[in-house]
Design a protein around this ligand. Structure first.
Ligand SMILES: Nc1nc2c(c(=O)[nH]1)N[C@@H](CN(C=O)c1ccc(C(=O)N[C@@H](CCC(=O)O)C(=O)O)cc1)CN2
Ligand SMILES: NCC(=O)N[C@@H]1O[C@H](COP(=O)([O-])[O-])[C@@H](O)[C@H]1O
Length: 237
């Protein structure tokens, strides 16, 4: 039976369906629900942590609050760690260079993060690609905020790339991380104009303002309503 099936698929008269042009059965939606006691969130950072600061400062309702239970970084120089300490939030640092290889770093990052039992992990300027162990431990529960309108300008230099290309509109994208680089299902996007006299610095700062507001709003929606991932599509309602 198995062999017949394989033979039929390799038969040029019965080609495999193109998954984009001829989608087969729709993928079952994955639903993530939250408890009224709130959403436990670990935030990962590498730098100043202005997105983290916005999450820490957001007013919280009695039901479905967002609890930042820990902040992690890949480097001691991440100045956002100090914001967490000042807010009384536990911090940790997991450096790649303290491990024999990337897989061992990935395992250690996974274990220390999982120790805080998060419902959601938010990467906010975390400049490391996580590996398969991390993604397998937090499936559908690891999100990243990126400073362009994906799929345009992925990677580490989004605003500079957008400016160099000459686009008139860019923005920020919140997405569920997968095993690619900035390729996961998109939860939300906000558009930001590129002005004629923008430098990389002015554009980066305008994007960051919109990005922070989007992140706070979307994480709050995730706490209140949960979220859904269906194939390439993701929703916070
Ligand atoms: N598996 C994934 N991990 C992460 C993603 C992702 O899409 N898939 N997004 C990031 C954040 N990110 C952009 O938003 C990003 C982070 C890091 C890199 C990268 O190439 N990093 C290098 C090291 C750079 C350095 O340390 O200076 C690396 O990881 O070796 C690209 C994009 C969160 N994680
Ligand atoms: N692709 C990775 C990347 O460039 N991420 C960007 O780093 C900034 C972190 O700012 P913050 O430390 O002030 O929150 C954010 O704008 C985020 O989109």
């Amino acid at each position: 039976m198995q062999a017949d099936h394989a033979a039929a698929r390799s038969d040029p008269e019965h080609p495999e369906p193109d998954p984009i042009l001829e989608p087969s059965a729709p993928l079952a939606p994955q639903r993530f629900v939250t408890e009224p006691s709130g959403l436990r969130v670990v935030v990962l950072i590498s730098g100043g942590g202005s997105n983290l600061a916005a999450l820490l400062a957001a007013p919280q309702p009695e039901q479905y609050p967002v609890h930042i239970v820990a902040v992690g970084a890949d480097r001691h120089s991440a100045t956002g760690l100090e914001l967490a300490r000042q807010a009384g939030v536990p911090t940790f640092v997991e450096r790649v260079s303290d491990h024999p290889d990337r897989a061992s770093w990935d395992r250690a990052l996974t274990e220390v993060t999982a120790g805080f039992e998060p419902d959601l992990v938010v990467s906010a300027g975390f400049l490391k690609l996580v590996g398969p162990q991390f993604l397998a431990r937090f499936p559908g529960r690891y999100i990243n905020t990126h400073n362009t309108l994906l799929p345009a300008f992925p990677g580490m230099h989004g605003p500079a790339d957008a400016l160099a290309y000459g686009v008139k509109i860019t923005g920020a994208t919140l997405f569920v991380v997968d095993d690619g680089v900035d390729t996961g299902p998109i939860l939300a996007q906000v558009a930001v104009p590129v002005l004629d006299d923008d430098s990389e610095e002015t554009l980066t700062e305008r994007i960051k303002q919109a990005e922070r507001a989007q992140l706070v709003e979307q994480v709050s929606l995730m706490a209140r309503h949960g979220w859904t991932i269906q194939g390439r599509r993701a929703f916070t309602s």
